[in-house]
Design a protein around this ligand. Structure first.
Ligand SMILES: Nc1ncnc2c1ncn2[C@@H]1O[C@H](COP(=O)(O)OP(=O)(O)OP(=O)(O)O)[C@@H](O)[C@H]1O
Ligand SMILES: [Mg+2]
Length: 252
């Protein structure tokens, strides 16, 4: 079962094409690491996949359901209400955590499940506590984001995404704002999620992590997928010159 399908995606900003005919898909249970140089369009691709940006052209499907289809080279989206329903399939974790500063940790996690998903508050609180335990923050539920380190805030952001019970998670450089030792803790959590067969797309510069955890590596450059495949192929035996150059610069 494909949880995410992007077909022939095109996206321009101010007349400059940032994504040109980009296609990729992610199967249930698969962990896909997206690598590529700065400006190659990785975040834009994720923002289109998560409906934060609209595609100019191309099709988008979640678990086989159409979010947008291509009609004569233009993306035509389903209605707003349907989009909102379809969006519940994924959770999103960014580089900068994006927690609500005036909510406690617990409230940050339970707010959307209670108020958007209309789930039973007691049940959601129990689940939130279990998630906090999972990310190693069981003693922080009453803290405010400003009282937490960057790594702790990112753990809360992951717990908050999981509390929505998504079928897949999108990560955009979840560790790039963090120190190396703190990064290791976040990567451990991602690795655990991978072992639990959570479907994930992770934009990352952590090559070693991608090699160990990803089922597939997608290398993007200049708004297209240049090369993709098993990590041991793409990272250790890249075929494309651009992939080779990128990996050389990353000193892999
Ligand atoms: N909202 C926007 N308006 C104008 N240009 C944009 C916008 N968002 C992205 N771009 C441009 O699109 C290109 C791709 O940007 P994007 O952020 O997707 O790259 P990236 O691969 O995520 O890079 P990085 O590794 O630095 O995060 C860049 O040239 C960027 O300047
Ligand atoms: Mg980016």
């Amino acid at each position: 079962m494909k949880l995410l399908e992007i077909e022939h995606l095109k996206k321009s900003f101010g007349g400059i094409e940032v994504l040109s005919d980009l296609s990729m898909s992610v199967s249930e249970g698969e962990v896909v690491a997206v690598l590529g140089p700065s400006g190659s369009g990785k975040s834009t691709m994720l923002r289109c996949a998560s409906l934060l940006e609209t595609m100019d052209a191309g099709a988008l499907r979640f678990a086989g359901s159409t979010v947008a289809e291509d009609v004569d080279g233009r993306s035509v989206y389903v209605g707003k209400k349907e989009q909102r329903e379809l969006k519940s399939i994924f959770g999103l974790v960014f580089q900068n955590f994006n927690l609500f500063p005036h909510y406690t940790v617990l409230k940050n996690i339970i707010d959307a499940p209670v108020h958007v998903q209309k789930r039973d508050k007691e049940e959601v609180v129990q689940e939130a506590r279990a998630l906090l335990k999972k990310v190693g923050l069981e003693d922080k539920e009453d803290a405010y984001p400003c009282q937490l380190s960057g790594g702790q805030q990112q753990r809360v952001a992951i717990a908050r995404a999981l509390a929505m019970r998504p079928r897949m998670l999108f990560f955009d450089e979840p560790t790039s704002a963090l120190d190396p030792e703190i990064t290791a803790g976040i990567l451990r959590i991602l690795r655990q999620l991978a072992e639990e067969k959570m479907t994930m797309i992770i934009v990352t510069h952590e090559i070693d992590f991608a090699r160990k955890v990803a089922d597939r590596v997608v290398f993007m450059d200049g708004g297209v997928v240049v090369e993709q495949g098993r990590p041991e192929d793409v990272i250790d035996h890249p075929q494309n010159e651009r992939t080779k150059m990128f990996l050389q610069k990353m000193e892999v």
